[in-house]
Design a protein around this ligand. Structure first.
Ligand SMILES: [Zn+2]
Length: 274
């Protein structure tokens, strides 16, 4: 028996104990490494963080982990969303948007994520009793919001601000059809890489909107990092038109700059019918 203990059981136990302690050292090492990684990520400044619309390490599925300031990208009230028209409620409490858009000189910027028109002067919209000021409008191809699961080839976002943390974005879909006059004048001037184009020409902002202003409305977020949940969304139900060539050219410049749709997480989409 003693021989059995000495030759078989003790060595086996010793091996087991050593293996266990190695294992626990290894795993506590992993936990420590993980902690250091997490601390680093938390402290990481978002200022110089590179992100992209394309799948991968810097893509939409990882935006929330790129730096502390992008955490909201994993929030519960994110945009864009799929608008299921069957479930959009016509509540009768919403009002027609009152647009007071004028004209603005041309100032086009390609910031590496979108092509944006910065606007000058006072351009207001009144949305359900609240006054918002237009800051800029920009493009996504294909559309970010989907309607009944379908993307449109292009979506323009008119970004407005009421105060510090209170934004409203009007989204307008484009479908293939007749040539769009604004794009006919300026599409050739769109910087295809980071850069800008300025001119004293005036553009009439209201010419970009469809006549019918029926809209879908829900609370959401910016669709790019930091994904702040500070946006009242108004997605117009009526698309405007651009020609096939115009849409193709924009698709080439914008290179799939859309964020995939996010879950509603219990949010309701309201419908205002004009
Ligand atoms: Zn946008």
């Amino acid at each position: 028996m003693r021989k059995f203990l000495r030759t078989v059981l003790f060595p086996a136990l010793a091996f087991f104990i050593i293996a266990c302690s190695n294992e626990s050292r290894k795993s506590s090492g992993n936990i420590q490494e993980q902690k250091v990684k997490e601390e680093k990520a938390e402290k990481k400044d978002c200022k110089d963080i590179h992100w992209t619309h394309h799948p991968g390490e810097e893509g939409p599925e990882n935006w929330a982990h790129l730096c502390d300031g992008f955490k909201e990208c994993a929030g519960q009230r994110q945009s864009p969303v799929d608008i299921q028209t069957e479930h959009a409620m016509a509540t009768g409490t919403l009002q027609a948007p009152v647009l007071k858009y004028g004209s603005t000189p041309v100032y086009i910027v390609n910031n590496g994520h979108t092509v944006q028109f910065n606007v000058k002067g006072e351009h207001q919209v009144n949305l359900n009793g609240k006054e918002y000021k237009l800051l800029q409008f920009h493009f996504h191809a294909p559309s970010e919001h989907t309607i009944d699961g379908q993307h449109f080839p292009l979506e323009v976002h008119f970004v407005h601000k009421h105060s510090g943390n209170d934004f409203a974005v009007i989204g307008i879909m484009f479908k293939e059809g007749k040539e769009n006059t604004l794009l006919a004048s300026y599409l050739d001037k769109f910087p295809t890489e980071k850069g800008e184009f300025k001119s004293d020409d005036q553009i009439d902002l209201s010419s970009l909107l469809p006549e019918n202003k029926s809209y879908y409305h829900y609370p959401g977020s910016l669709t790019t990092p930091p994904c702040s949940e500070v946006v009242s969304w108004y997605v117009l139900a009526t698309p405007v038109e651009a020609s096939k060539e115009q849409l193709e050219k924009l698709a080439r410049i914008l290179d799939n700059n859309f964020r995939p749709v996010m879950p509603l997480n219990g949010r309701k989409i309201q419908f205002y019918k004009e």
